[in-house]
Design a protein around this ligand. Structure first.
Ligand code: ANZ
Ligand code: ZN
Length: 817
């Protein structure tokens, strides 16, 4: 019968659906493995990126299960977020209905691909049983001072009267009404992730199973910077400006000070200064720019404030400017500007005609002559720096920090690019922040026993006037848990990154209603042994995840500080050399491909086309080729059915020499494929080896009875090894021919060994040495191995090699002059 992938795949899909054969539980007699793939957002359809991500995970999970591991392999939904709410605004359906529909559709699609998930553990982050624990963790953080309220500027649309996410304010315009977006200060909730900055950084060294580029990205994201904080007095008013600098050694060259337009002190400048109007106008101008615009403008914009700051080292009075390039959120939001030694300051000084004073010389007795043409930004020797003149940068930094501390004018300091995590969203479709505001008692956390604070249904999705939660009659008004008086609920919901920061622990115990997860189960299953997902999550998600795990560890809830042992970031799936996108019209639909070629073929091609980290260019012909490969194996089975089914036992010494070759090929392939999957996760070369093995098998001509038994053995081995890649067809063949596809084949060390031969090495035709080398090596390798022999090395010493003649598996003649 011709191979009918549709009927075979349907049969097994239905069987797996009924039996959930991938259900696992704690089993202390078995070694555990936790294989995790990043959970999808329920957008409605899976895309080829998902197919790739989950196919990789599925091969590893199935392979390890076949090798006797107890493998946890779960799946769920990152189900809160903006798109569902926007759809509600547009179409008027409820985000929950919308999301649940999408989940149904996508679950079906994933099941069509035959992934070995334990579906009993499925979670969706938008249900109270899940988000209750977000609230629980939030309260724990609040208790520990890790969750706090503070002001931060947000994108604000004055016409829709609402907060906008950065992606809704692109180009400084509101996505809905095209109005100019403004920056507004709003009270919001933050998580003090900066308390964990050093730990997040230091632990990176321990993450041996993580790609270097991801660790580097995290390092830059955390952005630890060592320097000094220096206090400058402001002349005429009773306030200081603190600046953060990494180059305190240049302070004698400070000729002005710049502050961020949103710096606290600017209020005083407006109140008390004679440049109040200009300052106000400048601040407004900068605030009108969206974040994006501000980051994109490279032009230095400044405004003199009318005030002067006093340099604590030399008493020099320098003008204070507002400047667009000073970020309010970094360091102290103020900078001591040294145009001679900093490029930005140099540009600024040129533009506004400010003084440039060199204080660092490249060499000891160097003298600056004439005007500086550009900033000298390197380390060097201090000049014009009072008692510190003559010191080298490093030493000067130390001495100057000591001086600052002694005089109470500053200190050595460390700052981070990493900011506290703003989790407030003025949105409906997220976890309600469990806080109550009482006029009498202030901020009151919801008591643990009142969790979850559930999302109400009586809300309107108008897209105007702030969070839909404000329109709920049942939600907003409540009683104060402390005094019983009238009180109001927090209407902000949590950033959805909170949901995905700990979901891998919930999979371990997804139905627990008494605690986030049982300690015993978490002790058995964590950490995640392999985590697979896109590189776009290298910073935010993977940093929040690490932070959450540390926090849970500190609470004594989980045994690990780091959640993930090994991280694999898979490459993108592209089409015709370009990213798939609707606008390019090159989106490949997984369902359509499955219909055309079957799930097994789609999986096999996805894994065969490139190593997991690299991009894949999707080609229909590729899937077609994969289907042809599977069909040939199927046909081979049918043609040799009797032989493959027979009860037999193999005696190696009765094999013909080509029969023995074939058997050796099998064992070498088992060794190679095992290593490819387990060590490198190079599934493409694993499949290539399986193809090679099948080619040897199909071209093999048995010479005797025992050779026929070898055919059976090789076929069984091949189907077993193919099982993790193409589970439907292999399950079917397993059933037909009695192949035990639940077990990974073992290789015989003797048979899997690479053969060697004695390489004869000649110099100019005379035998000079003999070396034992692997069979099948090429000429270059033979030469490299030959010259390691001391006699050969001596014979060619000081001579030029003119020619290398290699007779494979026998002899190498090196011609020298
Ligand atoms: C004086 C100075 C002299 C500086 C010099 C550099 C070179 P990293 O390494 O990124 O930490 N800076 C400090 N706070 C800032 C802010 N909020 N916005 C923009 N720039 C800020 O950079 C630290 C340096 O960036 C600091 O050292 C400060 O300029 C500037 F020859 O101080 B420096
Ligand atoms: Zn109260």
């Amino acid at each position: 019968m011709a191979y009918n992938f549709e009927s075979v795949e349907t049969k097994w899909r239905e069987k797996w659906e009924k039996e959930n054969p991938y259900k696992v539980d704690v089993d202390k007699n078995k070694k555990k493995f936790y294989c995790l793939e990043m959970l999808p957002y329920p957008s409605g359809r899976i895309h080829m990126g998902h197919v790739r991500n989950y196919s990789i995970g599925d091969v590893v999970a199935r392979y390890l299960t076949m090798n006797g591991y107890n493998v946890l392999h779960p799946m769920g939904w990152d189900a809160f977020g903006l798109p569902a709410e926007n759809a509600a605004i547009k179409r008027g359906d409820h985000p929950r209905v919308h999301t649940v529909n999408h989940i149904e559709m996508m679950r079906k699609q994933l099941k069509n691909l035959g992934f070995s998930y334990d579906w009993d553990r499925e979670i969706a982050t938008c249900f109270p049983e899940y988000y209750k624990w977000n609230q629980w963790f939030f309260l724990k953080m609040y208790e520990k001072g890790l969750a706090y309220r503070s002001k931060r500027s947000v994108n604000w649309c004055p016409s829709c009267n609402t907060v906008l996410a950065n992606e809704q304010a692109e180009g400084g315009k509101c996505w809905r009404c095209d109005s100019e977006v403004e920056q507004r200060e709003l009270e919001q909730w933050f998580i003090r992730i900066t308390d964990y900055a050093d730990r997040l950084l230091d632990n990176l060294d321990k993450l041996e199973g993580w790609p270097e580029n991801v660790k580097e990205m995290q390092k830059n994201w955390i952005g630890r910077s060592e320097g000094s904080i220096v206090k400058f007095k402001v002349k005429g008013i009773d306030e200081d400006i603190e600046v953060f600098t990494t180059r305190v050694d240049t302070i004698f060259g400070c000729t002005f000070v710049c502050v961020a337009p949103n710096h606290e002190i600017v209020k005083t400048f407006i109140k008390k200064g004679d440049k109040a109007d200009e300052v106000k106008v400048f601040v407004e101008k900068i605030n009108k720019m969206s974040r994006e615009e501000r980051l994109q403008t490279s032009e230095k914009l400044g405004q003199f404030t009318g005030f002067y700051a006093v340099n604590p080292f030399n008493g020099k009075e320098v003008p204070i400017y507002l400047a667009n390039f000073v970020l309010a959120e970094y360091g102290t939001g103020a900078v001591m500007s040294v145009p001679a030694h900093d490029e930005r300051d140099f540009e600024f000084a040129k533009k506004y005609g400010l003084e440039i004073v060199p204080v660092i010389a490249p060499e000891k007795d160097f003298v600056y002559k004439g005007e500086l043409e550009k900033a000298f930004t390197e380390y060097g020797y201090l000049i014009n720096s009072g008692e510190f003149s003559g010191l080298k940068t490093e030493e000067a930094k130390k001495k100057m920090n000591q001086w600052l501390e002694k005089n109470g004018l500053g200190r050595a300091a460390i700052t981070y690019k990493l900011k506290d995590w703003g989790i407030s969203r003025q949105r409906y479709w997220g976890t309600p922040i469990p806080i109550i505001y009482c006029d009498k008692c202030g901020i009151v956390p919801v008591p643990y026993e009142d969790l979850p604070v559930e999302l109400p249904d009586d809300v309107e999705f108008t897209g105007e006037g702030g969070s839909p939660l404000l329109t709920s009659k049942t939600f907003l008004k409540t009683k104060c848990p402390k005094c019983g008086g009238e009180a109001r609920r927090e209407t902000d919901t949590m950033d959805t990154f909170v949901d995905s920061s700990w979901y891998y622990f919930r999979y371990i115990d997804p139905k627990n209603n008494n605690e986030p997860f049982s300690k015993e189960k978490v002790e058995y299953w964590s950490p995640v042994d392999l985590y697979i997902g896109g590189i776009e999550h290298a910073t935010m998600h993977l940093i929040y995840t690490r932070f959450f795990t540390m926090f849970l560890h500190d609470l004594g809830l989980v045994p690990v500080e780091e959640p993930v042992v090994r991280l694999l970031t898979q490459g993108m799936v592209i089409k015709d050399g370009r990213k798939m996108s609707k606008s390019l019209g090159n989106v490949v639909d997984p369902d359509e491909m499955i219909k055309k070629y079957g799930a097994d073929a789609v999986r096999v091609f996805m894994l065969f086309a490139a190593p997991p980290e690299k991009e894949i260019d999707w080609q229909d012909q590729g899937a077609e080729g994969a289907l042809r490969f599977l069909t040939r194996i199927w046909n081979f089975g049918e043609e040799n059915a009797e032989l493959i089914k027979a009860e037999t036992s193999l005696k190696i010494n009765e094999l013909s020499s080509s029969g023995k070759e074939l058997l050796k090929k099998l064992h070498k392939t088992i060794k190679k494929v095992s290593e490819d999957i387990e060590k490198r996760i190079h599934l493409n070369t694993a499949i290539a080896s399986l193809m090679e093995l099948f080619n040897s098998l199909s071209s093999f001509k048995p010479e005797n009875k025992m050779d026929e038994i070898a055919v059976k053995g090789v076929f069984h081995g091949l189907v077993k090894m193919l099982m993790p890649f193409a589970p439907h067809i292999c399950s079917e063949m397993g059933e037909i021919y009695g192949i035990d596809i639940a077990k990974w084949p073992e290789f015989n060390k003797e048979l899997a060994k690479d053969e060697t031969f004695t390489l004869i090495v000649q110099i100019n035709g005379k035998v000079k040495g003999r070396v034992e080398v692997d069979a099948g090596i090429d000429g270059d390798t033979a030469f490299e191995l030959a010259i390691k022999d001391s006699k050969v090395a001596k014979a060619i010493e000081g001579k030029a090699v003119v020619k290398k003649i290699y007779i494979p598996n026998r002899l190498l003649n090196i011609v020298v002059k």
